[in-house]
Every structure is written in C-alpha cells, then in structure tokens.
Design a protein around this ligand. Sequence first.
Ligand SMILES: C[S@@+](CC[C@H](N)C(=O)[O-])C[C@H]1O[C@@H](n2cnc3c(N)ncnc32)[C@H](O)[C@@H]1O
Length: 230
Amino acid sequence: VAAKRREEYPERLRAFGLDDDDLAAWQDGRLPGEAFDDWLTDRVARRPRGARAREVYGAENTHDFARKAILGALSLKPGDHILEIGCGGGSLLRDALAAGAQATGLDHSADMADLARERAAGATVVIAAADALPFAKDTFSAAAMSIVLMFLDDPIGVFRECRRVLSHGGPLAVYTTSPQLRGTAAAPEPISSRCHFYSDEELAELAGRAELLDMTVHNTRGGQLLIARA
Ligand SMILES: C[S@@+](CC[C@H](N)C(=O)[O-])C[C@H]1O[C@@H](n2cnc3c(N)ncnc32)[C@H](O)[C@@H]1O
C-alpha cells in the first residue's frame, strides 16, 4: 500500500499544478503516507507554501469573484481601515489601498505574508492565526475573509475576534462556499473533506452566536457572501 501511495504522489501533485519542488518538500518532511492528504491541503490552500503557491495567489484572477463581491459590499473609502484575515497574496489589500483605505492583512503562512507585503506595498501584514487576532479592540472599521472560513475549526471564535477588533457597527464580509459545491472543481478532494461547509441559514446563525448583528447571506450559484455588523 505504501509503495503504491508513493507511486501516486507525483500524479496527485500534478492534478493541483504542483511539481518536483513540491514533491521534494513532501519527501523532505518525512511524514507518514497517511499525512499526505492533509499536507496537500495545506500546501495548496489551507497554509499555502512554495513557488507554485506564490504563482497561484499572486495571480490577478485567483478568487477575483470573491474579492469583488467583498469590496463591492464594503465600499471602502479614505478613512476606513480594513483587516483581511487569511490575506493570501494580498490582492484584496492592494485594492483596498487603491480605494484610499488603510489595510492590514493577517495570514498564518509566512510565504503568503511575504507575497502580500510585496504585492500590497503600504499594507501592514502580520503572521498570526485567525483565532487570536493580535490587535486591540475597536482597531478596524471593516473586516473580510475570502475563501478562508471553510478552513476554520472554530468559526464562532474567529467571528468573536472580528467583533472585538471592529469598531461599533463595522461590517464583516465573508465569502465562502456552500455545501452544494463540495467535491466539485470549486472544492475538490482531498481539500473538500477537510473543509467546513454551511447552508446560508447556518452561516447567519454562526455569526449570530458570535453576537454579530444584521446578518445577510447572498448565495450566487453556491458562492456565499455573508455580511454582518459588530
Ligand atoms: C484559499 S487561501 C485564500 C487567500 C486569499 N484570501 C484569496 O482569496 O485568494 C486561504 C488563506 O487563508 C490562510 N488561513 C487559513 N486558515 C488560517 C488561520 N486559521 N489563520 C490565519 N490564516 C489562515 C491560508 O494560509 C491562506 O493564505
């Protein structure tokens, strides 16, 4: 079984656009074969790392539908200060700066934090985890998460953290993927089975349990945009 698994690694990596560098990284890690699917999920999306991840998250069209939906809902302007949790390659931060807002990004991947700093010069980018935001209360006028919520084991805890760091009435915009897209190209295996999916009602309920207010969920063909207020 182990030998068969080893033979499959290159092909399974190629299916996600990964190459020999990524295979070498997997081999260097010396993890047991059972860890491969989790490692792949991290490498590609949950904690992106490596040259291919930089290429993907540095591309203009990566998750542009989510970014546009979030920015459209937030209508940032000079004087605003947005926090983006799981900022990836920094495209949303860059666009927020272009709108005249101050922008802070947070990501637990050092590679993504470096990329965001390069691509959104002028933004502050910190390496940290979503469930313990290293900011004082009332720091931000808006907050966002683009294709991040599905990776969170404690979404209510993260929503509570968002409420704490947002000023009174400040909006939180979250773009995520509904259960109907589980296992499709939008959420393929093995990533899909490591993700959390929520119906529109469940999403609003999670935000409500974190004492956020005025929840709305727009669902466009399985892409969900949750807006709530602190
Ligand atoms: C699929 S990528 C999305 C990146 C970017 N927001 C976009 O839309 O292109 C998910 C990002 O969230 C980050 N992330 C996931 N879970 C996180 C957590 N608990 N704390 C901080 N960052 C997290 C990952 O490192 C990764 O950069």
